[in-house]
Write a protein that binds this ligand. Structure first.
Ligand code: NAG
Ligand code: NAG
Length: 324
């Protein structure tokens, strides 16, 4: 062991100090729980045993499905003290002020522990025990049950389901014009009506049902009787059918002219109460509006069909909703 030159000694001191500082920092961070996990998602790879476990969902289907999946992601992450991450593309980034960064994960089914739903429209209570897995989780399925996320409703709406400003402006403008056009008072209430047509009309044998016309009259009469001064704001992927079948001479109906499903969803979310039909998009139009929701008694799910058998009514429809 020879004598060290002053520079060498300095260098050694520097190295030792660096190591000490690094160790101290690592130690500190491993005990700090992020207060707002969404702002501090650890995008870098695993740095230690104490990193919060991550959770991702599969984005299957279309807009309405994606919202169910996103909501289940947030709810399940909260429930298990995990960090929600996005690993697949979703159109929801164009709809909401998106809060969760996307991670580049080549193959989530390999890198995460896969947890499959049991039925597309039923709650899987296994999600309450994901923290016991002690692994990153990839939740796969349609996840269509309010039970995944309803306990976190307030946070979901305030933080995660905030529509883009331009969509909200457009929606509010439409509602104001509807009121003027129908010569309604400032006290009139907006009833959002979503009428799912398209694929749902032709898929009865599989278990989707188009909702028959009388339901919409039952539902409109219900709100007219209850609130008197109302405006029905109708959005649909089959507006021609709606105009042919609904009596807009007698009923105060305003058809959406926004021409875009995302804008329609924002519009329906601004209404005071809702009439929904079938499908996840309809479901969300009611949930996001947050008032009373009326849904059809027997259109969906059709019993003894492949789709009908994958739903549990009590898990799919909120207990407080009105069945007409
Ligand atoms: C009904 O909805 C409109 C438009 O979103 C809103 O301005 C109004 O405050 C709501 N009325 C009630 C009674 O909640
Ligand atoms: C569905 O099938 C079950 C068993 O096959 C039968 O008991 C039931 O009546 C059927 N329900 C309807 C609505 O067809």
């Amino acid at each position: 062991m020879g004598l060290l030159y002053p520079q060498k000694r300095l260098f050694l001191l520097f190295v030792v100090l660096s190591v000490v500082v690094t160790v101290v920092l690592l130690f500190m961070f491993s005990y700090i729980e992020p207060t707002d996990h969404d702002a501090t998602v650890p995008v870098a790879e695993n740095t230690g045993h104490s990193r919060r476990k991550r959770i991702a969902v599969s984005f299957w289907g279309r807009t309405g499905n994606h919202i169910f999946e996103y909501a289940a992601l947030i709810g399940t992450a909260d429930r298990n003290n995990m960090t929600p991450v996005i690993v697949e593309n979703t159109d929801l980034v164009d709809l909401f002020d998106f809060q969760i960064p996307k991670l580049t994960v080549q193959n989530p089914t390999r890198e995460f522990e896969v947890v499959n739903e049991r039925l597309a429209g039923a709650y899987n209570p296994e999600v309450e025990k994901l923290k016991d897995l002690n692994k990153d989780v990839y939740l796969k399925g349609y996840l269509q049950s309010w039970k995944y996320f309803h306990p976190f409703e307030k946070k979901l709406k305030q933080k995660y389901f905030k529509f883009k400003d331009n969509l909200l402006r457009e929606a509010d403008e439409f509602l104001n014009q509807a009121r003027t056009h129908l010569r309604k008072s400032k006290n009139s209430l907006y009833i959002g009506v979503h009428i799912r047509r398209g694929d749902f009309v032709r898929a009865k044998s599989r278990g989707y049902g188009a909702v028959p016309v009388p339901y919409f009259y039952r539902a409109m009469n219900y709100y007219l009787k209850k609130y008197k001064d109302v405006i029905f704001v109708v959005c649909s992927n089959g507006l021609t059918w709606c105009k042919d079948n609904l009596d807009s001479d007698f009923y105060p109906i305003q058809y959406s002219t926004l021409g875009d499903s995302g804008a329609d969803l924002a519009l329906l979310s601004r209404c005071n109460h809702s009439i929904i039909s079938v499908g996840s998009f309809s479901w969300w139009s009611g949930y996001l509006a947050g008032g009373e929701v009326v849904y059809p008694v027997d259109a969906f799910p059709v019993p003894n069909t492949s789709i009908g058998d994958s739903y549990v009514r009590a898990d799919y429809f909120l207990p407080g909703w009105t069945r007409l």
